[in-house]
Each structure stands twice: as C-alpha cells, then as structure tokens.
Design a protein around this ligand. Structure first.
Ligand code: ZN
Length: 193
C-alpha cells in the first residue's frame, strides 16, 4: 500500500509538478501546475500509482473502466489491465463528452470512472453522466490527483483519490507573479483535443 507521501513523491519524481506562472482553467493564476503527461509517459510510475487505487476497487465487481480523453485513456487502460476488465474512453464531440468508436456498456454493467488530475471536477462529472447514459452502473470514481479542494468528491458514488493538494491561486488583478512581470504560461486549457 502506498502512503500519500510516497504517491506525492512519485508524482514529483516524474516531473509532473511544475513551478512557474500559470493561467488555470478557472481564469486564476497560480505558481504551480500539474503536467499529468510527465507521469503518464512513465508506465512504470503510472502502474505503481494505479495499483493502489485498483486495490481499493478490487472487491467492487468492476466490469469496465471508463476515462475521459486524453489522459483518461491511459489511466483507464492501465486500471483495466490491473483489474482484468475492459477499458473504454469518452471523448468530446461538438463540445460534449460522449462514447464513440463503437464503445458500449451493457445495461447495468459495473463501471469504474477514472481520471488523472481533477481541478474543477467538470470532466469527471461528465464522464460519470456518460457512463450512466450508456446504461452503466457506476461503481465509483478513481482519481490520481484531486486538486479541486474536495469539490470533485461529491458525485453521488464512492470516490477514491491518491493525493489531494490545492495550489495557491490568485485573481489576475492580485497576482504577485504578474506584479513581478513573470511571463504567464497558458496551461490547463480543458480537454485540448
Ligand atoms: Zn499572474
């Protein structure tokens, strides 16, 4: 079993935790950003982190794992591999998250929804709705990193996450990094597809 500290250390070791001056999806500025693909490009570290989340859902009769594109494709695949079940992903079509590519859930199929880094919780909430619309029975939600300050945890299904931390963020008008003239990086634009 991984401790929160060990999970956080793995995340830092992967290079996913960046410091700088970032524009967040919310419009606020922050001195920290999690670039999930530094973790997801490392199958060894991703496997290690997901093994702890997989353990928590092993007794919940999960039959299929669903993640939102793009990061969720990798997370769903690795989680499904560890649980010995199928992996599907949802992607945006006309702005709306949906199942394409012939992906189907059987009526009442036990579905685990996964996501990498949650900030607003919007995508994971949509992914749960996708699974339910498709007829699935959502067994729970597994998140690698919760940066929502708990807002993403109120989904009406069991939610498990590995690490939770909120970065300091400021209204642009009050941002100390803007005041120092540090160039702003645009990251975190939601679901760049
Ligand atoms: Zn700023």
């Amino acid at each position: 079993m991984l401790t929160t500290e060990a999970a956080m250390q793995t995340l830092v070791e992967s290079g996913a935790v960046l410091t700088g001056h970032f524009l967040l999806t919310s419009g606020r500025h922050s001195n920290q950003y999690v670039e999930k693909f530094r973790l997801l490009e490392r199958p060894d570290l991703t496997e290690r982190l997901l093994s702890d989340l997989a353990r928590r859902f092993r007794s919940m009769n999960v039959e299929v794992v669903l993640g939102p594109a793009v990061g969720g494709i990798i997370v769903a695949y690795e989680m499904a591999r560890q649980l010995g079940v199928r992996a599907v992903f949802a992607e945006r079509e006309g702005g709306r998250l949906t199942l394409r590519r012939g992906f189907r859930l059987r009526p009442g199929e036990r579905c685990l929804v996964v996501e990498d880094v949650v900030t607003t919780g919007g995508s994971v909430r949509e992914a749960v709705a996708v699974a339910q619309r498709a007829g699935g029975d959502v067994a729970g939600v597994a998140l690698l990193v919760d940066r929502s300050g708990g807002r993403a945890l109120n989904l009406g299904v069991p939610v498990e996450y590995l690490v939770a931390f909120e970065a300091p963020s400021w209204d642009p008008a009050e941002c100390p990094l803007c005041r120092q003239g540090v160039p702003l990086e645009h990251r975190g634009s939601r679901d760049l597809l």
